[in-house]
Design a protein around this ligand. Structure first.
Ligand SMILES: Nc1ncnc2c1ncn2[C@@H]1O[C@H](COP(=O)(O)OP(=O)(O)O)[C@@H](O)[C@H]1O
Ligand SMILES: [Mg+2]
Length: 250
């Protein structure tokens, strides 16, 4: 029974929800993109926000990160309201955001890119150091001095994830980490996310690729036309053919 229970079925006190998003309405100009969107991410969870192209995944992340401020609704990190705060404040409060376009500083070395991201976490912790990053991302250790602009797409994806971790966030938002990468590189990124999960890093990742998420996520939220239509454990999603057929391209 516990295995099949949805997030909503569990008593709120049983899980420390690190991030709680409720009733989010987001507009671009006059057009509404998100409609009363809700989701939650528990400490240590890897939650996949799954949905087709145009469903509103990136907009959800931009709203959480403060780049597309919500018109209504709530974004709470450890109970603290973030909705309406400036992006740099939200980042400082502990939300690390890796956008879809994985921007690196192309004219700077890999190591400089990492140092640019270095800061203490919201509670002063410094879990992530250069040494730790090179340990977890050995591929970056081998190219410290290389200009970031010369890295492959997969290497740049790893570098942006690593740079975000250097800011010691409590929660990492990964927007389509597998997008546009060759299958062998996607597998590498998947392994890396699995390693981060085992280290206890809390992750919310947007994806269209369900198979990628089945292997690495613990929980899933399915978004369609700006609404979260389903929330469950990843095992629950896997078993639910109706939802996967209806909302996700396989
Ligand atoms: N800057 C923008 N201005 C107007 N509409 C936008 C903008 N960005 C995205 N949209 C629209 O918002 C919807 C959701 O987009 P997005 O959040 O990028 O979806 P996803 O990341 O799931 O592919 C789409 O219909 C898209 O066309
Ligand atoms: Mg997107």
């Amino acid at each position: 029974m516990a295995e099949a229970a949805t997030l909503e079925d569990r008593p709120a006190a049983a899980r420390a929800a690190l991030l709680e998003v409720e009733n989010l309405d987001v507009y671009y100009g006059a057009s509404q993109i998100l409609f009363g969107l809700g989701l939650a991410v528990g400490e240590g969870d890897t939650v996949a926000l799954l949905g087709r192209n145009g469903a509103g995944k990136s907009t959800t992340f931009k709203a959480i990160a403060g780049i597309a401020p919500p018109r209504r609704g709530s974004v709470r990190l450890r109970g603290r309201e973030m909705a309406g705060a400036a992006p740099h404040r939200i980042a400082r409060a502990g939300i690390g955001y890796v956008p879809e376009d994985r921007q690196v500083f192309p004219e700077h070395s890999v190591e400089d890119n990492l140092l640019i991201g270095e800061k203490k976490g919201p509670t002063g912790k410094r879990e992530w150091t250069l040494e730790r990053v090179y340990d977890v991302f050995p591929i970056l250790a081998g190219m410290k001095g290389r200009m970031a602009g010369r890295l492959s797409g997969g290497e740049q994806q790893m570098l942006t994830i690593a740079r975000t971790l250097m800011g010691n966030p409590d929660l990492v938002l990964l927007d389509e980490p597998s997008e546009g990468l060759a299958p062998i590189i996607v597998a590498e990124i998947g392994k890396l996310i699995g390693t981060l999960r085992e280290m206890g890093v809390t992750i919310l990742m947007a994806e269209q690729n369900m198979h990628f998420c089945l292997a690495v996520a613990t929980h899933a939220a399915v978004i369609d036309k700006g609404v979260v239509v389903y929330r469950d454990t990843i095992a629950g999603l896997r078993a639910n053919r109706e939802i996967t057929d209806r909302y996700l391209s396989i």
